[in-house]
Design a protein. Sequence first.
Length: 258
Amino acid sequence: MDLGIKGKRALVCAASKGLGRGCAMALAEAGVDLVINARGAEALEATASELRGFGVQVTAVAGDITTEAGRAAVLAAAGSVDILVTNAGGPPPGVWLDWSREDFIKALDANMLTPIALMKALLPAMIAQGWGRVVNITSQSVKAPIPQLGLSNAARAGLTGYVGGTARQVAPFGVTINNLLPGIHATDRAVSLDQGVMAARGITMEAAMAERQASIPARRYGTAAEFGATCAFLCSQHAGFIVGQNILLDGGAVNATL
Ligand code: NAP
């Protein structure tokens, strides 16, 4: 299927590895020029050169997207874009009683206020040109809380509320905002969560993975490539009527009819 976005420009945040990288790859395959970001310059450059293999222009900006300085550098390099994919690392797991105000502020900054700041900066130009796409990478924890990820549950729920209202305000101008909710995907993040299970329960990594896979009806982890393909579709010409939705990619893990 031709996604109809060849020649558009996208900013994909936190895109040197994992799900962000999957989104950047799928957009590059569709002919979209990219600005990509991550903190570590080496992995970011490696991803940028792979993306250039699709024949698109790629600008890599190293920096922490959750800081004001990091965002300023990324936004300066990006200028105005047609497509924004927001993403950042997720908060650490823990226990509800231990989380301090500081921990919450950090999580809110990373997973709620950063995507909101990026949307505020980039939506006006999309509105002015009458076309734009925003995809926020959130989590299945928005639909079904993951007890040890309370910081993530809280911050992402806040972002989801903001998107619910804002998506309806920008839709009249040809701009869509949607959220993609990953369940367990085979990325570094999944490995570190498996290591947490391994340490907490005194079991092997294989046992921790097998246990988590067994909890997913599809009996496997998702891949960054299939996640990226869904993101690219949401950014495509065909997805203009999908507005303010929260789309689960979880192999059926959230047991709900709707
Ligand atoms: P990942 O494999 O660990 O990759 C994270 C990417 O983001 C890397 O490129 C990393 O590069 C970059 N990054 C992290 N923090 C950043 C920051 N502050 N500024 C700029 N770049 C940053 O993680 P992932 O699995 O793709 O997860 C992406 C998001 O989805 C996370 O928020 C995660 O919590 C959420 N999620 C993932 C899963 C899953 O199973 N994978 C499930 C639910 C939700 P640097 O480290 O070099 O910055």
